[in-house]
Design a protein around this ligand. Structure first.
Ligand SMILES: [Zn+2]
Length: 336
């Protein structure tokens, strides 16, 4: 049986945030809301949403575990009926988990477009053991492009890289299907691939036309909702990024690492890795270890351990030897 979850209302555009109250009314949400933000995103938009909704606000400032515990306690104690996450990936992830645990709906109000987690029914938590949990889809997404356009360029570039990395995620999904018979959904795969292609094609315009990226990331989230897993948007390049998160003292941004991973994974697939690299460069995203500010040794180690990070069949299925990992990173210019 297929179990598809999608957002019901998506608003993308300048000043979309003015419509938060209308969206909530249209969705039929009633009772006490809770806004979740961090100190930075509260200033950007969270406090504004809080006063529009006359609601409580929870400011995320602790470790993820503490945040989850405190916010869910607040939800229970104050009889909160829905949550509105205002922020980047971390805040939205926190919102998703709290809403899921409390059995209430949530709205996503992204202040940056740094990865597809702002719209996906999936949460990836960094830590010693990266975990990916399936949660509910946002009931509504309100993406104010005026706010997102003002986000640091590095975040937008990382969002482009995360969308571009769908390219190799789909290639990995295909071989998993061909070689193991794993479920493969043409519709979800095509939607994900299309998001990657549109971002690659428009990489130059995105800084000014951030709605192109926002729509691509929303489509990625929808692709995951249709597939019922993160498969269409997460292959070996994501395993590589998760591996870096585990071993690097100072990892780069999720999308940045996935983008660089995608160059190398495209090479292994005999796909157009130079196109991936060029698009990342145009989008202003890193394409090598230096730009990621990550030592070559971590790149090599992450490539070698990537296939063990998650139980997911990808082009890295057999694992890479040290020699092969070095050869791959050098052939694609990721290390010198
Ligand atoms: Zn991602």
């Amino acid at each position: 049986m297929k179990d598809i979850e999608l957002p019901r209302k998506v608003l993308v555009g300048d000043n979309a945030i003015d419509s938060v109250r209308d969206v909530i009314r249209e969705l039929g949400l009633t009772g006490n809301p809770l806004v979740i933000a961090d100190s930075n995103t509260a200033e950007i938009a969270g406090n504004r949403v809080k006063s529009d909704l006359d609601s409580e606000i929870y400011i995320s400032e602790n470790s993820i575990d503490q945040n989850i515990q405190r916010a869910t306690e607040l939800i229970k104690g104050k009889n909160i009926r829905y949550v509105v996450g205002v922020g980047g990936g971390t805040v939205i992830d926190l919102t998703k988990i709290c809403a899921y645990k409390s059995g209430i709906p949530f709205l996503s109000v992204p202040t940056a477009a740094s990865h597809d987690g702002i719209t996906s029914p999936q949460v990836s938590l960094k830590g010693k053991e990266p975990i990916s949990i399936r949660v509910h889809s946002a009931l509504g997404i309100i993406a104010d492009t005026k706010i997102i356009r003002r986000a640091p360029p590095r975040l937008t570039a990382a969002g482009c890289a995360d969308a571009i990395s769908n390219y190799t995620a789909v290639l990995d999904w295909k071989i998993a299907h061909e070689e193991t018979g794993e479920y493969y959904g043409d519709y979800a795969a095509s939607l994900s691939m299309m998001s990657a292609q549109i971002v690659m094609y428009n990489a130059e315009k995105i800084r000014n036309q951030v709605e192109i990226l926002v729509e691509a990331l929303i489509s990625s989230g929808v692709a995951m909702g249709i597939a019922g897993s993160s498969r269409p948007c997460s292959g070996a390049e994501h395993q590589f990024s998760h591996a870096l998160d585990m071993i690097c003292p100072k990892p780069a941004l999720h999308g940045e690492q996935c983008g660089v991973g995608s160059i190398m994974i495209a090479y292994l697939h005999d796909a157009d890795w130079e196109k991936v690299k060029k698009a990342l460069k145009t989008a202003g995203a890193p394409t090598n270890s230096k730009e990621l500010k990550i030592d070559d040794e971590y790149i090599i180690k992450a490539l070698m351990m990537a296939n063990k990070v998650r139980d997911r069949y990808t082009i890295l299925r057999g694992g890479l030897s040290r020699e092969k990992a070095i050869e791959l990173a050098k052939s694609t210019g990721v290390i010198e």
